[in-house]
Design a protein around this ligand. Structure first.
Ligand code: ATP
Length: 289
């Protein structure tokens, strides 16, 4: 079931079209990543989804009355207050938040060890957890996060993803986040790649990689001529270098078949599955900025 749908969502700043006819469909309980380089239009899109920014044209439809939670790019919490004080003050802003909710979230999000520490003194990853706790105070049906992992190291990024995956699975929460880290797409159910305000690819990470990122198989031999003779009709050949033939097999299995067939003619081989970076380069002709 769709919880959220946009049609032709468009936002222009002066002459600049930041978001250009974006159509999104977010399924209830799914994990959606909006992926794109800096300035692609991700924040503007999220802001229109949550009603903070008025689109110039197009529309946002929610399937039903739902509660939303938002983790903004810049924290809205008070640096001088402790984690717990921040959450308590925020909790009072909602009518329906149960008194024990703050304690529950502190436990659930792993904030116990630093709940009496000033928010301003926390590490980037700790701050992000508190920001997420703050966004969960009203038990949202859908949680939006604008670049929650930017600036964090890889382990902390993974920990944030684990936490969000857990929320999605355990509480059937719908999660929508933006990121410019292409490798994070792998953990999402649905990925939209945005560039210059347009959606340039959508689907699962696997689907996008399969469609746009080619696998690479390098076969190495002192003399490549016999190998070339053997592969002559093989339309998979991408390039022939000194001592090396580069092929682009459809699947890892077909790479294995080729390696097996040619085993007597090669000295060495290298296989690499297509990555999200490869897909991005294939789609845009450049690396992510
Ligand atoms: N208030 C504004 N006035 C003018 N231009 C803006 C405004 N907000 C955003 N832009 C421009 O619109 C484009 C999209 O910005 P947006 O912040 O939506 O991108 P983003 O993908 O979220 O980028 P980032 O990852 O850097 O946050 C950028 O070129 C940006 O400079």
């Amino acid at each position: 079931m769709m919880i959220l749908k946009t049609q032709g969502l468009t936002k222009t700043y002066g002459q600049h079209i930041a978001v250009n006819h974006i159509n999104l469909e977010i399924a209830k309980g799914s994990f959606t990543a909006i992926l794109g380089p800096n300035g692609a239009g991700k924040s503007s899109t999220i802001q229109m989804l949550i009603g903070l920014l008025q689109p110039d044209s197009g529309s946002v439809h929610y399937a039903q009355e739902i509660k939303i939670g938002v983790v903004f790019q810049n924290s809205v919490l008070d640096e001088m207050l402790t984690v717990k004080e921040n959450l308590q003050i925020r909790a009072r802003q909602y009518k329906e938040v149960a008194p024990e909710k703050v304690e529950e979230l502190i436990e659930q999000l792993g904030l116990t060890n630093f709940s009496h520490q000033q928010y301003g003194s926390l590490s980037g990853g700790q701050k992000r957890r508190v920001d997420i706790a703050r966004a969960l105070l009203n038990n949202p049906d859908i949680l939006f996060l604008d670049e929650p992992t930017t600036g964090l190291d890889i382990q902390t990024r993974e920990a944030i993803w684990d936490l969000l995956n857990l929320l999605q699975e355990k509480q059937k929460m719908t999660v929508v986040l933006t990121t410019h880290y292409l490798d994070e797409a792998d953990s999402a159910d649905q990925v939209y790649i945005v560039d210059h305000g347009h959606i340039i690819a959508e689907g699962t990470a696997d689907h996008i990689k399969k469609k746009y990122a080619k696998n690479i198989l390098k076969l190495q031999a002192g003399n490549v001529d016999p190998l070339l003779d053997y592969l002559r009709d093989d339309s998979l050949i991408e390039k022939v270098n000194e001592g090396e033939i580069i092929l682009k097999p459809e699947t890892a299995q077909s790479a294995l078949d080729i390696i097996n067939d040619c085993r007597d003619l090669i000295d060495n081989f290298e296989f690499r599955s297509g990555t999200m970076d490869d897909a991005f380069i294939a789609l845009t002709g450049r690396e992510v900025r």
